[in-house]
Design a protein around this ligand. Sequence first.
Ligand code: IMP
Ligand code: MG
Length: 411
Amino acid sequence: MTTRYRVEYALKGLLAVPFVLLSQPTAVFDEDKPTVRHMATEAHNRYAQIMGDVEALINDHIGHQNSSKIAPASKLKLLVPTVGIFFTPLLLKDAFVWQDQRRYISSRRFVAPSFNDIRLILNTAQVMSLVKGGPLELVTFDGDVTLYDDGQSLTDDNPAIPRILELMRNGTRIGIVTAAGYTEPARYYGRLHGLLDAIAASDLPDHCKRNLVVMGGESSFLFQCQPASEHRLEHVPQKKWLLKEMQSWTEADVTELLDIAETALRNCVDSMKLKAQVLRKERAVGIIPAQGSKLSREQLEETVLVCQKILEMSPVGKRLPFCAFNGGNDVFIDIGDKSWGVLVCQRYFGGIEGSKSLHVGDQFLSVGANDFKARLACTTAWIANPAETCALLDEIRELNKIEYGRAEGQK
Ligand code: IMP
Ligand code: MG
């Protein structure tokens, strides 16, 4: 679903027009309350109508998508030629109403509907659709910035823990799909111990406790929760999870790609005089800043773009999937990407479909971001910090209650 980002920008543009025409900034001087109330109602109706229209465009596109094996000839495709696949409809109108009740978007007189407003409306639209479509079978989470602050660990006071336990209690499988690439359970335990200990200590039935996996290095190392193990995780041998499509990723190609990436990184360090060192790992190569120094956004982005371009143009980069991304204060090039990581989790848990699977992450810009690729495998929610992840999980719970209550009432 490489599309959502473009839809996000297009929606911001569509809502700017009624904002310009309807907002009443002068009412701030005379505090004309009826005018302000009237403005809010009018703006609400107009925004909701636009959301409903875009929802219909997406539904029409999904209709074409389902009936055609080749490129769907929908109106949305004409408007946005690069549009990708939608795993589910997006309940945009209902989601707008929901978020407007919480963010009072229509009541604003000076600040137009923002990118963040749209991002949160789309997240709500996505989870509304998932909840309505039946049980959510798999939720995968990114690590840094999504579950804990950048570079930190998931400690036992993390508010996401009870929320993840509740998902597990309802039968949802959990994957932590992170770029952090370690070969040892101990390292992941170090980063995730709060959650792993809480699962072990919980009253979940033993088979449910096994319903959490950690996919590290984007799509390279798989571990499954095993409360009895020393580090609460056991390594899952590759032969138990490696996808058919991944069998052509040869060791020779991995080495060749990482060699090219390493040379490109070293050239960046030299040419920009970066105070950073190159770190080569089994399935990744990166630069990390020297102790106590920070790399600027420009340095990080330039490095990502240089490496990405060089690798894209190399023959091995055309054969082997890779992911070059800006990690906030480091740059890594990993073998594979999160679309493969999510696919592995889906198949490891018995073949969960993309339309029943949600990936929550913070990196969804199309260049230099690693959660973006997950859109090829499942539905996604784009959060900006760990508190938003908790808010999203609360929303899922609230929506489940409404949906479940409705189903009970109909019996
Ligand atoms: P994520 O947000 O959970 O995907 O984690 C990304 C961060 O993991 C990066 O910014 C790095 O600081 C860290 N990291 C540690 N090992 C690796 C690796 O092998 N590849 C990529 N990132 C790594
Ligand atoms: Mg992250």
